[in-house]
Design a protein around this ligand. Structure first.
Ligand code: ADP
Length: 318
């Protein structure tokens, strides 16, 4: 291989820039060229390419978002769209592609691999909902950002004897909510993976108030319901007057933690080296602190479960 391209796709996450830099620097180390594709698969179809030389990836390691930008591309979901992309790839003399994104982006990467083009995925999403890796790039940063905001909410919750519901992101998965709840010492984590009974929650709240607890924090995953809906249900069930905080997009922004920068750098280097030795149709994962490759389709076809140990911690600690 003489020229490798890298793109970021789907939702952005902190640490994507560190991964782009790692791909580019590993190419330089191996004396090959690195091309950045702007705006994900949309840029691939349009041939929107930039050269990623040493200065182009200088000073980006700690920047949030993605310098390559990201976009959603409906055209890429069609065979015609992907054929157009392959034409641009061939015209630019690109021999392999690294796709940084979530499981949606990996569908696209797999489709390219199936058309015979060497493609490797790096999991980048704050949701951590990708099978084949313990952590995705951006998850740790999002947990820390949420934690920072929640500690402020906690200060006011304890000063005013209040019940607070904090809604965090995570799409249909509860990884962000559970990790954030354990880290913040929240009393309850409400996640899509577990059935929720408002009646039971209301009873638990009553019991803790009867035992003298004067403030309570519930971390709610967005995939369950909105915080406002939950407040209304708790109001109806037991007359609880909860305050609501929706963290929203602040969880996706900001500079990455050292954990995410290191993970992104390791994964970027490993993905590039794997492409160079002929691997394709696979995703880089970090399992028990070791980098591994697994088939791209595992990312969406196999369910990734929440840790039972983490779930039981919430009950033990509240
Ligand atoms: P994420 O990677 O964050 O899960 P999306 O689900 O939005 O994000 O997917 C990002 C992009 O991946 C889509 O806009 C599309 O271009 C591409 N993609 C998603 N599904 C497919 C598919 N089945 N075939 C080809 N490309 C796809």
């Amino acid at each position: 291989m003489n020229r490798i391209a890298v793109l970021t796709s789907g939702g952005d996450s902190p640490g994507m820039n560190a991964a782009v830099r790692a791909v580019a620097r590993t190419c330089m180390f191996n004396d090959i060229e690195c091309i950045g594709v702007m705006r994900g698969y949309e840029g691939l179809i349009e041939g929107d390419f930039v050269k990623l030389d040493r200065p182009a990836v200088g000073g980006i390691i700690h920047r949030g978002g993605t310098i390559l930008r990201t976009a959603r591309s409906e055209r890429f979901k069609t065979v015609e769209g992907r054929e157009l992309a392959l034409k641009k790839i061939s015209e630019a003399g690109i021999d392999g592609l690294v796709v940084i994104g979530g499981d949606g982006s990996f569908h696209g990467a797999k489709a390219l691999h199936d058309m015979g083009f060497p493609t490797i995925g790096i999991p980048g999403t704050i949701d951590n909902d990708v099978t084949g890796t313990d952590e995705t790039i951006g998850f740790d940063t999002a947990v820390n950002t949420a934690l920072d905001a929640i500690m402020r909410v906690r200060d006011t919750a304890s000063s005013h004897d209040r019940l607070f519901i904090v809604e965090v992101m995570g799409r249909n998965a509860g990884f962000l909510a559970l990790e954030t709840a354990v880290a913040s010492g929240a009393e309850y984590a409400v996640v899509p993976e577990l059935p929720l009974s408002i009646g039971n929650l209301s009873k638990l709240l009553k019991r803790s108030y009867d035992e003298g607890k004067n403030h309570t924090l519930i971390i709610l995953a967005e995939g369950v319901m909105s915080a406002t809906e939950m407040r209304n249900k708790l109001q109806d069930a037991g007359g609880y007057d909860a305050r609501v905080t929706v963290l929203g997009y602040i969880q996706r922004g900001g500079h990455p933690t050292s954990f995410d920068v290191v993970l992104a750098t390791r994964m970027g280097a490993f993905a590039t080296e794997s492409l160079l030795i002929g691997k394709s149709g696979v995703m880089v994962g970090n399992i028990n602190h070791k980098l591994v490759l697994s088939d791209l389709e595992r990312a969406w076809s196999e369910h990734k479960s929440l840790s039972p140990e983490m779930l039981s911690l919430i009950n033990k600690m509240n």
